[in-house]
Design a protein around this ligand. Structure first.
Ligand SMILES: Cc1cc2nc3c(=O)[nH]c(=O)nc-3n(C[C@H](O)[C@H](O)[C@H](O)COP(=O)(O)OP(=O)(O)OC[C@H]3O[C@@H](n4cnc5c(N)ncnc54)[C@H](O)[C@@H]3O)c2cc1C
Length: 475
């Protein structure tokens, strides 16, 4: 029997495959498309996702192909400088087309031995006490202990499980594409800046190879958003919005997206889980969707692996939904707020001006930025110091940097007292005795995803927390 089947070879499915493989599992990824898509949706990764790559020793290959940009201007497109003193050692957005992110993750998991089956569309899902049966469009049946639906916003897995997906339907469509323009660049920029004073869903951005990524409001809502617009339709909408189509021609690809905001009522039914867009969709304001999915996978991976590997404490798998559902609900909320701030309604414009002025206060700007970049996410681990439940940022230790010690995806006790022990859990938890000027507590216990599970100096308390998160002691 396969350990875990992952439906969907997008960023979420691939990050999950990477995490499961790291823990010794052999997941199989099923992807309906025969070839990777050429359509570029996300254009970058935010600080928490960058940190995750660093925690697994993967960041260098992404930095080699991406460009770090300052973090200002993300919230509702309100242009402000990057706030000072962000709580991360990666205070930038890594600009990198989603197609390249997917390619790099695919290469990584394939090298690690993960099997990706393309042209494999999941059509049917049934589960019983022992496992999950997955049926493909060609009639093939596969059996696994667990299934994760990382199959995007129209998730078949979610539908097969009958999980409700409440929220708001699309009210406006936006056209998107990569095309060549004959107009000279300065004129394009001048017109775009002028039009964007009143229409923020319009734009043309020159890419490295001279091709432009253009966006324009569609005329109404498409009955089937999977059908790509024609060049004629995009050109017509550009002219309707800006009075020109900049002489566009030779499209590399064309696409459209809506503004629906929805969240799955549950992330788990028995042996089947949802992650990424399959669990939540929202407009792309602030560039959060891909990041949210990668971070879902980072939360779920070690827990699922611990269960398959037999050491998961009771209830560990249920903490996935308990922790990640509120995080996505908050993202849906902030995208709704951003959509309001981008409305042309005079009242909304007045609120936008007010928010823009408030963002001149560094505290406000930092709060919004740490929210969008997910570095301020705090899971509810009960009463405790402010750091409890947050991820610990990459701090400098005498023996190097913290994230450099987390590549194996194990728990980690960072012990500045030298008096603590993880005996009984040493097969799952590393004990690092070291000091850091950036850590102002005696010791922290980190989960494999870097979140702080305990703070203190008392061995009995630590032992209780080790049991909570890492199961029974051995030996
Ligand atoms: C215009 C636009 C701009 C965006 N910009 C950003 C941004 O800047 N930053 C950001 O973080 N996010 C952004 N997003 C959102 C981001 O693209 C998504 O959140 C992200 O792709 C979600 O990843 P995923 O792996 O969960 O799903 P997907 O990327 O949708 O991957 C799902 C995969 O599952 C496959 N699949 C579907 N059904 C089946 C099936 N039945 N069987 C097998 N395989 C199946 C699909 O073919 C697909 O490959 C943007 C989105 C849009 C539309």
């Amino acid at each position: 029997m396969i350990d875990v089947i992952i439906a969907g070879c997008g960023p979420t499915g691939l990050m999950l495959a990477s995490e499961l493989r790291l823990q010794g599992l052999r997941p199989v990824v099923l992807e309906q498309d025969a070839e990777p898509t050429r359509i570029v949706r996300a254009m970058g990764m935010h600080a928490r996702s960058v940190e995750i790559l660093e925690q697994r020793g993967l960041l260098d290959r992404f930095l080699a192909l991406g460009t770090p940009f300052p973090l200002g201007g993300f919230f509702a497109g309100i242009r402000k400088p990057q706030p000072e003193r962000l709580d991360t050692s990666h205070p930038y957005v890594l600009s990198l087309p989603q197609t390249i992110t997917v390619r790099l993750l695919t290469e990584h998991v394939t090298d690690a031995g993960v099997q990706i089956r393309r042209g494999a569309e999941v059509r049917g899902v049934e589960q019983d006490e022992e496992g999950v049966s997955v049926e493909l469009a060609d009639g093939t049946r596969l059996r696994s202990r667990y299934l994760v639906g990382a199959d995007g916003g129209r998730s078949t897995v979610r539908k097969m499980l009958g999980i409700a997906f409440p929220g708001d339907p699309t009210t406006v469509d936006t056209l998107l594409g990569e095309v060549e323009l004959t107009e000279d660049h300065d004129t394009v920029i001048e017109i775009v800046n002028e039009v964007r004073k009143t229409q923020l869903r319009f734009g043309a951005m020159r890419l490295d190879d001279g091709v432009y990524r253009v966006v324009a409001p569609a005329d109404g809502v498409a009955r089937d958003r999977t059908v790509a617009p024609t060049l004629e339709e995009l050109s017509r909408q550009m002219r309707a919005t800006a009075g020109t189509d900049f002489g566009m021609h030779s499209p590399r690809w064309l696409s459209r997206f809506g503004d629906a905001t929805r969240q799955a009522e549950h992330y788990r039914v028995g042996r089947v889980f949802l992650a990424g867009d399959a669990a939540h969709i929202h407009p792309p304001m602030g560039g959060q969707g891909l990041n949210l999915g990668v971070q879902d996978a980072f939360n779920l991976g070690w827990k699922l692996a611990a269960t398959v590997n037999g050491w998961a404490p009771e209830g560990l798998l249920d903490t996935y939904e308990a922790e990640r559902h509120p995080v996505a609900a908050a993202v849906l909320d902030n995208t709704r707020a951003q959509m309001q701030l981008m409305s042309l309604d005079p009242g909304a414009q007045a609120v936008r001006r007010l928010v823009a002025r408030l963002m001149d206060f560094d505290e406000v700007s930092r709060f919004l930025t740490e929210d969008l970049t997910a570095i301020s996410v705090r899971y509810d681990f009960g009463e405790g110091p402010e750091l409890l439940g947050r991820r610990l940022r990459d701090i400098a230790l005498k023996q190097g940097r913290l994230y450099g010690l987390m590549h194996r995806g194990r728990g980690l006790l960072l012990d500045q007292t030298g008096r603590l022990a993880v005996t009984g859990w040493a097969d799952r938890v590393d004990h690092v005795v070291d000091v850091s000027e950036e850590l102002h507590v005696p010791a922290v216990l980190l989960r494999p995803d870097g979140h702080v599970a305990w703070i203190g100096e008392d061995q009995r308390e630590l032992t209780a927390r080790l049991t909570t998160w890492f199961g029974a002691a051995v030996g």
